[in-house]
Write a protein that binds this ligand. Structure first.
Ligand code: HEC
Length: 214
């Protein structure tokens, strides 16, 4: 039986909780709506379910082996960044080949998300959220590019290619120089322009966290 939904019989990876379709052989006559409904619910719950899987009764905690299989998870402090090193000069040809068609040669032209420019615009009438204007840490940029880019082939870059393209995107934002070595030791020390632009969550049930980069 097929519901026609591509995720059927396989697990969805949403946050740290796995959502799974009914095992094959389970009958449900409204396959497509059910699948889409479960999927949408899974997406809505993904943000909170990792912390509270038992409250919704949906999903199950991801196992350490599954989490490991998704590759390194790099937070603001940069812990776990793999070995590797590159400069923006190394990154330019990689960026031009793997990124520019969607983000533009200077990171400003699109057609997809703008990556450069916009610094100081966040409080104006036309805020531009870019890596240079918005992102508080360079380490999580490595994590994001490593995990999610290129958009049509995520996870396809080597660690060095990620360092190289990250260095080039930082260079396009005037944050590093063309020959600055960017690697596990230097990336956490990069000071992002908007590093002080975030506040900790004021809700009493959320423990305070250190500002990014500290
Ligand atoms: C096929 C098109 C495509 C390619 C190729 C591509 N990207 Fe993207 N990129 C996107 C899209 C679409 C988004 C927005 C994704 C979203 O919001 O979920 C994005 C988002 C991003 C972001 C987050 C921007 C922000 O502030 O939210 C960064 C950083 C980024 N891309 C870097 C890169 C790098 C570096 C490469 C090359 C290694 C690359 N991208 C290749 C389409 C692409």
């Amino acid at each position: 039986m097929s519901s026609g939904f591509p995720g059927e019989a396989s697990a969805w990876k949403t946050g740290l909780v796995i959502f799974q379709q009914p095992a094959s052989g389970v009958r449900h006559t409204t396959g497509v709506p059910v699948a889409i409904g479960v999927f949408m619910l899974a997406m809505v719950c993904a943000g909170v379910a990792a912390a509270q899987p038992t409250r919704t009764g949906l999903g199950r905690p991801a196992t350490p082996v599954e989490i490991e299989s998704w590759g390194p998870i790099i937070g603001p402090d940069g812990a776990g960044l793999p070995p590797g090193r590159a400069t923006a000069a190394d990154g330019r040809p990689v960026y031009q080949r793997r990124c520019a068609r969607c983000h533009g040669l200077t990171g400003r032209e699109g057609p997809d998300t703008r990556l450069a420019g916009g610094q100081g615009s966040l409080e104006g009438d036309q805020p531009q959220k870019t890596v240079g204007s918005y992102w508080p840490a360079a380490t999580t940029l490595w994590d994001y590019v490593n995990r999610a880019m290129p958009f049509d082939r995520p996870g396809g870059l080597t660690a060095d290619e990620v360092y190289a393209t990250v260095a080039y995107v930082l260079y396009l934002n005037d944050i590093v120089a063309i020959d600055d070595p960017i690697g596990a030791a230097t990336l956490p020390a990069v000071e992002m322009p908007n590093r002080d632009g975030f506040v900790t969550d004021p809700r009493p049930d959320i423990a305070p966290t250190a500002p990014p980069g500290l």
